[in-house]
Design a protein around this ligand. Structure first.
Ligand code: PBG
Ligand code: ZN
Length: 322
């Protein structure tokens, strides 16, 4: 038998396999999203997200202690306010839920890298990501003023980085200017650059109580059918001053992740969103899939080109990689 090339030679045992392994997951690649809400003594599981909870500020500290001990170095905070109104006021007040959470967390865990989601949908009574015109359309330029206030209030509370997820035009430049004019020129912006109008955000909207009261987000989030448009969106964000670009969701958009990595020499994040988490978590819980399917799917995100993975699986990953 004369077979010259035998790829199996390099698959003989784990030692040689790991020597030639091209992509490796490390806990340092991950950002862990956390939901904080008003009140005290609250740790409430999100029904559609097994193992993910909403915490009051006092309880979130205990959670972060565990997160830190697992080797996770960065978190992404989402807030659920007490009261919602048309203008999302609690999103930018000094004693808002996120502002208080950031101050408390940074006081107790100064090494934890705290990133905040900058958007309005958790804070508006109508659940849209901005200020509405009378006809229900989101007013882009008016919304920018609010996003600037939100980002600035997060920076003042001590956030290490802000992450705008609203998809308004011109927001990165607007937020960058607000931060710079107030002495926060060293706070980076992670831009949700190519964010699609996706059904995979369903469980998140339960968690954050942020479903739009009417209509959908298609007039600001991207059409899942488009690729070139993602490149244009990312280009704009880079020109406007984004430090990190993001593709979201991840698993149904691996082609977008790869194309973004090939097109731009920029740190690239991918958001492994709530629906992607819940699907797999449920399948593993029901015994339909082995839990290594989790690592395999996260590996595909990294292999596609993501430098950073935002994932509700971060704690599971930390435990599995140990
Ligand atoms: C807020 C926001 C959303 C997510 C992150 N920031 C929801 C949305 O746009 O409806 C989704 C995260 C997830 O599904 O895990 N704009
Ligand atoms: Zn939003």
């Amino acid at each position: 038998m004369e077979i010259l090339n035998r790829p199996r030679r390099l698959r003989k045992n784990e030692t040689i396999r790991s020597l030639i392994r091209e992509t490796k997951l490390s806990i340092e690649d991950f950002i862990y999203p956390i939901f904080v809400q008003e009140g005290t003594g609250i740790k409430e599981e999100i029904p559609s997200m097994e193992g993910i909870y909403r915490y009051s500020v006092d309880k979130v500290l205990k959670e972060i202690e565990e997160v830190e001990s697992l080797g996770i170095k960065a978190i992404l905070l989402f807030g659920i306010p007490e009261n919602k109104d048309e203008f999302g006021t609690e999103g930018y007040t000094e004693d808002g839920i996120i502002q208080r959470a950031v101050r408390e967390i940074k006081k107790v865990f100064p090494q934890m890298y705290v990133i905040t989601d900058v958007c309005m949908c958790e804070y508006t009574s109508h659940g849209h990501c901005g200020i509405l015109l009378e006809n229900g359309y989101v007013d882009n330029d008016k919304t920018l003023e609010y996003l600037g206030k939100i980002a600035l209030s997060h920076a003042r509370a001590g956030a290490d980085m802000v992450a705008p997820s609203d998809m308004m035009d011109g927001r990165i430049e607007y937020i960058r200017n607000c931060l710079d004019e107030n002495g926060f020129e060293t706070i980076p912006i992670m831009a949700y650059s190519a964010k699609y109008a996706s059904s995979f955000y369903g469980p998140f909207r339960d968690a954050a109580d942020s479903s739009p009261a009417f209509g959908d987000r298609k007039s600001y989030q991207m059409d899942p059918a488009n690729t070139d448009e993602a490149i244009r969106e990312i280009e704009l964000d880079i020109m406007e001053g984004a430090d990190i670009i993001m593709v979201k969701p991840a698993l149904s958009y691996l082609d977008i992740i790869r194309r973004s990595k090939d097109n731009f020499n920029m740190p690239l994040a991918a958001y492994n969103v709530s629906g992607e988490y819940s699907m797999l978590k449920l399948a593993v819980k029901e015994g339909l899939l082995d839990e290594t399917a989790i690592l395999e799917s996260l590996l595909s995100i990294k292999r596609a080109g993501a430098d950073i993975i935002i994932s509700y699986f971060a704690k599971d990953v930390a435990k599995m990689l140990k």
